[in-house]
Design a protein around this ligand. Structure first.
Ligand SMILES: NC(=O)c1ccc[n+]([C@@H]2O[C@H](COP(=O)([O-])OP(=O)(O)OC[C@H]3O[C@@H](n4cnc5c(N)ncnc54)[C@H](OP(=O)(O)O)[C@@H]3O)[C@@H](O)[C@H]2O)c1
Length: 271
């Protein structure tokens, strides 16, 4: 499988790094990148083929991964359209619906849309995938194996669920960092040094996520387990409940999903 990336930014770098680490040969990866310095970096870091010639990269590839900013995708699609033959097209551009991309590509329908997240940069991402009916089982498998190189994957069978995915895992790392910020501030206010606050907070998130991941029990049960009657955790949870923190978090996630839908409408408007 030869893979051509269009756009060699953060996400493409993460996925390329993952693929090479998983044994894919650098000879089978090319990147179309308009920025000279970025091209040089890609060549140096990964020894992949880095070019500014879309035609050259696509000609030799069976898979094209669109990894430019959503606002740049329409233009890229215009250039790509006459060059598509039997390619699987994978788009990681946030918000762009397959029906719009397909229209920009002249009705091409062998498309898989992916929503990764930034922990992909450290191979701990989670990516949701949606396939157009024009993508067959082999295409789905190819897309899944590419994204598996930077974390776990799951399929959604309705594209509108991508707005929910964006709201949960796409934007999710920012919510986690937000709570981390609050915990570090509180830790410092209680007299801990900045470095101790950072270590205690980060390791607690990492440890709790690892524990929840390995456990068959619900996170609710895991929480109840560390909440003994009359204890410190109970007091903290009571404080969170009295501020209706769960309701506010749910509202924040809902707002993100609504914004994702709005962006999809805005970005997909152009003919
Ligand atoms: N980062 C995330 O957390 C995340 C999560 C989910 C999805 N995504 C999606 O992943 C995509 C890439 O994100 P990113 O953070 O990697 O963006 P990025 O760092 O800006 O990477 C895009 C790269 O493509 C280059 N480019 C622009 N137009 C091009 C063209 N016509 N041909 C070839 N290269 C071109 C850009 O160059 P210039 O800088 O010179 O324009 C830039 O180097 C986005 O669509 C984003 O929505 C990102």
């Amino acid at each position: 499988m030869k893979i051509a990336f269009v756009g060699g930014g953060n996400m493409a770098n993460a996925i390329i790094g993952g693929l090479l680490q998983n044994g894919v040969s650098a000879r089978n990866v090319s990147v179309v990148e308009i920025d000279v310095a970025a091209r040089a970096r890609l060549k140096e870091q990964y020894q992949v083929i880095a070019t500014q010639d879309l035609g050259e990269a696509v000609q030799d590839a069976s898979v094209v991964v669109l990894a430019v900013k959503p606002q740049q995708l329409h233009r890229v699609a215009d250039h790509l359209r006459p060059r598509l033959l039997e390619h699987l097209v994978i788009s990681i551009a946030a918000g762009i619906r397959t029906i719009d991309l397909s229209r920009w590509l002249g009705g091409y329908a062998r498309i898989v849309r992916v929503m990764p997240n930034t922990p992909a940069l450290v191979r701990a991402g989670v990516s949701a995938l949606f396939a157009m009916p024009g993508a067959d089982a082999q295409d789905r498998q190819a897309a899944e194996s590419i994204l598996k190189s930077v974390g776990t994957t799951l399929w959604v069978d309705r594209e509108d669920l991508m707005d929910a995915v964006t709201a949960v895992s796409g934007s999710g790392p920012a919510y986690v960092f937000y709570v981390m910020e609050a915990m570090m501030q509180a830790a410092e206010a209680l007299g801990l040094s900045a470095s101790a606050a950072r270590q205690l907070t980060l390791e607690t998130f990492y440890g709790a996520a690892s524990l929840a991941r390995q456990s068959d029990e619900s996170v609710g049960l895991l929480r109840a387990r560390v909440t003994s009657k009359g204890g410190t955790t109970e007091r903290a949870i009571q404080s969170l409940d009295s501020q209706q923190v769960k309701r506010h978090v749910a509202e924040a996630v809902l707002q993100a999903a609504l914004r994702s839908r709005e962006l999809g409408d805005e970005l997909g408007k152009a003919d």
